[in-house]
Write a protein that binds this ligand. Sequence first.
Ligand SMILES: O=P(O)(O)O[C@@H]1[C@@H](O)[C@H](OP(=O)(O)O)[C@@H](OP(=O)(O)O)[C@@H](O)[C@H]1OP(=O)(O)O
Ligand SMILES: Nc1ncnc2c1ncn2[C@@H]1O[C@H](COP(=O)(O)OP(=O)(O)O)[C@@H](O)[C@H]1O
Length: 544
Amino acid sequence: MRLNGEISYLRNEEVEEEEAEERVPLMSLSPPPPSHKLVVGYALTSKKVKSFLQPKLEGLARKKGIIFVAIDHFQPLLNQGPFDIVLHKLTGKEWQQILEVAQIVMHLTRELFFLDLTLGFRVIFLETLFLVSVPYSNYIDLNPFTARSSMSEAYNYYLSLNSLKDYLEKHPEVTVLDPPAAIKHLHNRQSMLQDVADLNLSDCYGKVGVPRQLVVTKDPSSIPDAVCKAELSLPLVVKPLVADGSAKSHELSLAFDEVSLSKLDPPLVLQEFVNHGGVLFKVYIVGEAIKVVRRFSLPDVNKREPSNNTGVFQFPRVSCAAASADDAELDPSIAGKVNAEDTSDINCLLANKLPPRPLLENLARELRHRLGLRLFNIDIIREHGTKDRFYVIDINYFPERTLDIQLFVGDCLHYECLVGNSCLVCHLYLCHMLDLKKILEAIVKCQDMNTYSLTSSSAWYRASSKGDYRSVKHDFQLAFVNMKKAKTHLKFLNAHKLQSRQIVMHEQVQCCFFRLPISNQSILPAYPPPSLLFHDVFVCAFWL
Ligand SMILES: O=P(O)(O)O[C@@H]1[C@@H](O)[C@H](OP(=O)(O)O)[C@@H](OP(=O)(O)O)[C@@H](O)[C@H]1OP(=O)(O)O
Ligand SMILES: Nc1ncnc2c1ncn2[C@@H]1O[C@H](COP(=O)(O)OP(=O)(O)O)[C@@H](O)[C@H]1O
C-alpha cells in the first residue's frame, strides 16, 4: 500500500491509454442558500451544555443570526453540518480519539496554520481531502515525516497559485474554536505554562511570570532531593501533571515539609506557593475581547516563621466556590477588606486592585497568538506586597463563563468577535469515510456558500459543452481520480500542457491539483477525456 499523502510524479512516457468507457447519467450539485448568518456546531458534555447554553445566550445569539446545533459524537462530523464554527470541549474517549486524529493532521499541516491564518476554506478543504480519504485507523499508522513533507510540498504548490491569498483574505468563512492540538497543550500543566514562561512579559505596567516549579514523573523517593536541588521553597502546591478536566486532575494539595514529598504520587507538578492576598484574577479571553473578574483564593501562608504545619493537605477547588470576590462569602480575614473602600491595609488594597488593563491586554494578545487559542481563561495572582508582580498559575480552555461574560457584559457574541479578522479551520475533516462517492458527498455538505463548486465530470462536461463555463472559470482545479485511471487523466493534462501535481490519498483515489488558466478554455469541452467514467474523475473548481 502506498503511503497516504504521498506525492507521485508520473512522467509522460509512463502514461498509457486506457479503455474508453461509457458515460453515466449527469449529476450536478450546488450548495443550498444560507438561512442563518452563523451556525455553531457544538460538541460539549451535558454538564457543559447546561452551564453554557443558557436560554438567555441562545436567545440573544438567535437574534444575531447565530444558532447552536448539537454535534452527534457518534456520527462522522462530515455527515453533519454544515457549520461555520465548531465549539468543542469533551473528555469522552470517543471524542479524544477523534481529537487525536485531528491533532495529527494539525501536526502534519502545521504550516497551514502558522504561515497564514487567513487561509480559510482552502485550508479546510485541503484538510478535508486529506482526512476524509484516509481511514481513521490507517491514518494513525501514517509515517508522519513522509506525510508531513508531502503536505508541505502540496502546500507550496498550493501557495504558488495566483490570487489565492487575495481571495482568502476576503473569505474567512469557517472557524474552529479551537485547534485540538492547541487545546491539548493545556492538558499538561507543564506545557500549559511554558508559553507564559517563554514570554517573560515585563513592561511599564508590570511583570508576568510563572511560579517556580518542578515536574516529577516517577520515583517519589527522589522528590525531596530534586526539590532541594531546584532550590524550591516550601510550601509547595502539588498539582497532577495532567489537567484534562477530570476530577482527579483537580485534586491539588499543599506540601509543607520535605519528608512528606516522598509520599506523593507522580506524575506531578510541584509549584512554589506564592502569597497573593487570597485573591485571584480570572482573565476571560474571547478572541480579542477580554474580561477580568476577581475570585477568592487560598489565604497567604506565613513563610517567615517556622511552620507548625507538616504533611500534605488536599485543598478544595477554592476558586470555584464563589462566583466572584465582589459578592462572595469569604474567609473573614479577607472578606471584610475586599469591598471596604476606606481600608488602610495597603496590601489588601493592592491584592484586590485589578491588574493594569494594558498589561492584561498585552498578555492576552501574546498568549492568544502563542497558544493558538481564542476561547480561554488565565488565572493570575499578584504577589503579596507587590504592585506589579504577577504570576499565571492556570490556563483553562473554554471555561464556563467565557462566552456568557462576554455576552452579558460586553455584548460581544457576534460574528466578528468569534471570527475576528483571521479565520481558523473547521473540524470538518473528522470523518472515516473511504469511498469516493461519500467523500464527494461530504465535501458537498461542507462546502461553504458559493466558495467553490463541485461537479461531476459529466456535469462539467455538459456545462462546458453548452458554453457555460461557470464552474470552470477558475485557474485552480482539483480532481479526484480513480487510481486505475490516473495515468489516463495525467496524459490528458500533459497533452494540454497543464501543470499538475498528484497526491495519492489511498489505494483507490488520487487527488490531482492542476491549473487551468482562463486563457486556455478551449480545452474545456474536451475535459475529462472520454475514456474516463463518471466515477473516475470528480472535479472541484475553485471560485478564484
Ligand atoms: O478543568 P476543566 O474541566 O476545564 O474545568 C474548568 C475549571 O474548573 C475552571 O475553574 P478553575 O479550575 O480555574 O477554578 C472553570 O472556570 P470558571 O470557574 O472560571 O468558569 C471552568 O468553567 C471549568 O470548565 P467547564 O465549565 O468546562 O467545566
Ligand atoms: N502557585 C500557587 N500559589 C498560590 N496559590 C496557588 C498556586 N497554584 C494554585 N494555587 C491555588 O490553587 C487553586 C487551584 O489551582 P489551579 O492550578 O488553578 O488548579 P485547577 O486547574 O485544578 O483549578 C488556585 O485557584 C489558587 O487558589
